[in-house]
Unconditional design. Structure first.
Length: 268
């Protein structure tokens, strides 16, 4: 996982829809030729054709909720306002990829946010083997792959039970706003952190933390960190919580926001 170059804690600090670029031509013959690929005789080289244009992400437009947030050195932020910015920023990008470390599980998840969040990820096994398991969450249905076979699961809790340490639940970006909005007061560090993301990019981000411990779903949140760029772009989060005397930490990084992702139901 990427490593922050300016600030680190115990663990390594870990998109609106893509616009399809399409052109149209006034030349009817050109259109007909494009619609029907040229045939080739057996053994001959295939006829050449123009390479398809790749989809390009729409530019990010900073949401009003982030413009009014007041990200600045040593600033105090309200939880509901911070949550609104995080939600709006993810919605503005629409898609993205995240790296995630939860207990002894790590992996990569693709996500799509819109009418409903869709997720698809590959998760390392407890033995450290890369991509041992996989899961898909789409249209309210859940699937998990273990031992090379896909099975439908009853719920995200069932998927979590297979993956361990609530990997599926934590991977949903919508959960960040829920946690942040449940506590009233947040504080911005005096300086930005330089964070290296898994796509090779380095970003400067504000480190925003809870002012005091707070309770969330039966756990005491000791430290919750949200990293945001000046325009509200989510860079990552880290949560250290205690449940029944046991401390756990998970770390997420978000990158390639706005880039196209493929999330499909697995073959049955």
């Amino acid at each position: 996982m990427g490593r922050p170059k300016h600030f680190m804690t115990t663990f390594a600090i870990t998109a609106i829809s893509a616009v399809l670029l399409a052109g149209c031509s006034s030349d009817d013959d050109a259109e007909a030729n494009a619609a029907e690929p040229a045939s080739s005789s057996p053994g001959s080289a295939p006829a050449s054709s123009p390479a398809p244009q790749a989809s390009a992400p729409a530019p990010y437009v900073q949401p009003d909720a982030c413009k009014s947030l007041g990200l600045a050195s040593d600033a105090k932020l309200g939880g509901k306002e911070l949550a609104a910015c995080v939600s709006a920023a993810f919605a503005a990008y629409g898609t993205g990829t995240e790296s995630l470390l939860v207990g002894n599980r790590s992996g990569t998840t693709r996500f799509r946010i819109g009418s409903g969040t869709a997720l698809a990820g590959e998760v390392d096994g407890a033995d450290g083997k890369t991509g041992t398991n996989a899961y898909v969450s789409l249209d309210g249905e859940e699937w998990i792959k273990s031992d090379g076979a896909w099975e439908k699961s009853d719920s995200k809790e069932a998927v979590d039970a297979e993956l361990g340490k609530k990997y599926r639940t934590v991977s949903d970006p919508a959960g960040i706003a829920e946690i942040v909005g449940s506590f009233a007061t947040w504080k911005v560090d005096t300086e930005k952190a330089l964070i290296s993301l898994e796509n090779g990019k380095d970003v400067q981000a504000w480190r925003v933390t809870n002012a005091l411990h707070f309770d969330h779903q039966g756990s005491e949140v000791v430290e919750y960190i949200v990293w945001l760029e000046d325009d509200g772009t989510p860079v990552g989060v880290q949560n250290t919580s205690e449940t029944a005397g046991q401390s756990d930490t998970y770390v997420q990084h978000f990158y390639d926001l706005g880039q196209p992702v493929t999330i499909e139901a697995p073959p049955q």
